[in-house]
Design a protein around this ligand. Structure first.
Ligand code: NI
Length: 176
């Protein structure tokens, strides 16, 4: 396995509409997925989409750490190939997001609170899962990467966008 170079905001691959994976069972896809999982864990991050490693294909890897999922909802590193998302209610939630392609920053982004997603894994097996909360947040963020959308493009309050360390300082009451 290998660590992959992560494209940062500004690289054109991040703004492309990624192509459908023709053969999810292709061993080259499995190698890519294995490398993406290693890269995500090394970063560390909770999600990584193929365009972020300069591969314009519709697949991403993700995980839900126990610290973020709550109530025993930990999800180990997983892959979703050729995904689709269905919004199960109009309820929205505000999510504090970061992105490995936009290091050190974060912003508040509105996301659908209850979704169902579908796709296939590296064995071509169908995946169909209902998700809420952080799990639903990660899926929507990674899915956006496949359509060339980065989270700052979804900001509704630009004052929520900035360096994570500055927000942390402010929350701790430290003087600037
Ligand atoms: Ni991202």
């Amino acid at each position: 396995m290998a660590l992959l170079k992560i494209a940062r905001m500004g690289h054109p691959v991040l703004f492309q509409h990624a192509k459908t994976v023709a053969d999810p069972g292709d061993p080259a896809i499995r190698r890519l997925v294995d490398d993406m999982i290693e890269t995500m864990l090394d970063a560390p991050g909770v999600g990584l989409a193929a365009p972020q490693v300069h591969v314009s294909l519709r697949l991403f890897v993700f995980r839900v750490p126990e610290s973020r999922g709550g109530e025993g909802t930990e999800i180990p590193p997983s892959v979703l190939i050729n995904p689709s998302i269905e919004f199960l209610s109009e309820e929205m939630m505000m999510c504090a997001e970061g992105c490995l392609s936009i290091p050190a920053m974060r912003g508040m982004v509105p996301r659908f609170a209850h979704i169902r997603y579908r796709g296939v894994d590296c064995d071509g097996r169908a995946v169909e899962v209902e998700a809420r909360g952080f799990h639903a947040n990660v899926i929507q963020h990674e899915y956006d990467h496949l359509d060339g959308i980065l989270y700052p493009m979804r900001l509704v309050d630009f004052t929520s966008f900035g360096y994570a360390a500055e927000f942390a300082n402010a929350a701790n009451g430290d003087a600037p």
